[in-house]
Ligand binder design. Structure first.
Ligand code: GDP
Ligand code: MG
Length: 472
């Protein structure tokens, strides 16, 4: 298949920003559903992405008189995971994100995680658009449901407009302090040099059409080269999950290429590379889950293959998509690493080697001979961030062992060995992972009297929230 400007894949977009700025709500609003409401008790763990077909975007942006035809098939938005602080973009969406939306609360301006996100974006040179959210909270705001922002603004009183201007000016100044030029997108004459701000309300939908159109138009304009569809697989494991009746599955984002049922794949595992065969390619049932699927004929050709549980089966899936893969032997797969497909001309050994590269580079950073705590996280990315953090001069906690995924008995045993060398290092710092009952039991037996009441905050004076439950 030849790469061409006429065959673009969907851009992949991440939503980032400080907690409570409205990231989830914004996605809900675009989606026209309400996941956030149901999220209260439990972090929603879906396939990790939402697909917006171009038709949908066209419909939503009609009032903006977007004459030109959209060239991308749609937009894939990576959901922000529940543990906001740093699983945010870094560990999951990070590498595969083409463009980001940085959400800022108009009433609060730039906050700590806004600046962290900004630094990540700068570091990776990722394009982004600022959504200046919660404009409906300006005192006296007149709701103009789902209207383009300029139209909505025209309907506001002078007081509202003045407050808006004042706040926007302040926020632009704050961005400047971070070394970035920003401007309201409809006033921006130097797109590319100056980052765009789109005022939005995730509650009443003002500015959402603008945000959608700008996302699509901007990616089409600046990222064509990157968005040309190829047959070369670009795929990242977002999450490793045990599903009732299916065993361990992996949720991936397919950024480029086509995956087929029966493809031989290689993924990174904590115990070495995993070579396996795709047994099923699944996407959530559109009615029950949050993934919007491109209703294209190929995917639904065989209606009899449709719902089994709440998932749809596919013979093949084309980028960009969030996909659940069912295959054997995925128990120890590592989230945050790449997935490779073994082609007819490929040497499996080379691919196995490539698969383990990320993991190896993280492993190398740890001095296995020394005394230190054990660190365990849900993804390679979050593990990396944790390790970086522990190493920083202000924290400076040595690490002797790492793992990815749930804490099992063997992990506890390893940590126990450290008790003899240095008591306080007989600790597992676990982030965003489950602890098996047996592991918990073993930890109790070995550490009852030594068990420290250390909550995450006690060990980490600043900001990392370690589930206190998991620190023993
Ligand atoms: P997240 O932490 O960034 O995902 O933020 P949420 O989407 O969970 O929103 C945090 C809170 O702000 C919730 O109570 C939302 O209802 C509220 N919220 C989000 N967006 C808006 C908005 O545009 N206007 C107003 N008034 N409230 C909002
Ligand atoms: Mg949220």
């Amino acid at each position: 298949l030849k790469r061409s400007e006429d065959n673009l894949r969907s851009p992949i977009c991440c939503i980032m920003g400080h907690v409570d700025t409205g990231k989830t709500k914004l996605l809900d609003c675009i989606r026209g559903t309400n996941v956030q409401e149901g999220e209260a008790g439990e972090i929603t763990q879906q396939i990790g992405a939402t697909y917006f077909p171009a038709e949908n975007i066209r419909e939503r942006t009609r009032e903006l008189k977007a004459d030109a035809k959209l060239r991308v098939p749609g937009l894939l938005v990576i959901d922000t995971p529940g543990h906001e602080s740093f699983t945010n973009l870094r560990s999951r969406g990070s590498g595969l994100c083409d463009i980001a939306v940085l959400v800022v609360d108009i009433m609060h301006g730039l906050e700590r995680q806004t600046i962290e996100s900004l630094n990540l974006l700068k570091m990776r040179n990722t394009e982004f658009i600022v959504a200046l959210n919660k404009v409906d909270r300006l005192f006296g705001w007149k709701t103009c449901k789902n209207k383009p922002i300029v139209k909505a603004m025209k309907r506001q009183s002078n007081d509202v407009r003045n407050e808006f201007k004042m706040r926007v000016t302040q926020i632009i100044t704050q961005f400047k302090e971070q070394g970035l030029n920003t401007e309201l997108y409809y006033k921006n004459k130097e797109m590319g040099e100056i980052f765009n701000i789109v005022p939005t309300s995730a509650i009443s939908g003002e500015g959402i059409p603008d945000l959608l159109l700008l996302l699509v138009k901007w990616t089409e304009k600046t990222l064509v080269e990157k968005l040309m569809f190829t047959n070369e697989i670009q795929c990242t494991v977002l999450e490793v999950k045990a599903i009732k009746g299916q065993g361990t599955t992996i949720d991936v984002v397919l950024a480029n290429g086509v995956l087929h049922e029966g493809d031989q794949i290689v993924v990174c595992g904590t115990q070495g590379p995993i070579v396996t065969t795709i047994r099923a390619l699944l996407t959530p049932h559109p009615m029950r889950d949050i993934l919007f699927i491109n209703m294209s004929k190929i995917f639904y050709a065989n209606a009899s293959l449709m719902p089994q549980g709440s998932y749809l089966h596919h013979k093949e899936l084309k980028a960009a998509q969030g996909v659940k893969i069912n295959a054997q032997g995925l128990d120890h797969a590592v989230a945050g690493t790449g997935l490779y497909v073994v082609g007819p001309d490929d040497d499996v050994e080379d691919i196995k080697e490539a698969t383990m590269q990320d993991m190896k580079s993280v492993m190398r950073r740890i001095d296995k001979s020394g005394a230190g705590v054990c660190v365990q996280a849900s993804t390679l990315g979050s593990l990396e961030v944790l390790l970086e953090f522990l190493k920083s001069p202000a924290v400076n906690i040595p690490v002797s062992g790492i793992n990815i995924g749930p804490v099992h008995k063997s992990d506890v045993r390893r940590a126990c060995a450290m008790l003899e060398r240095k008591k306080e290092y007989g600790t597992i710092l676990a982030f965003d992972v489950k602890v098996s009952p047996e592991a918990r039991e073993l930890a109790k037996e070995n550490g009852e009297d030594k068990k420290r009441e250390a909550s995450g905050e006690a060990v980490f004076p600043c900001r990392l929230k370690i589930m206190p439950d998991c620190v023993f």
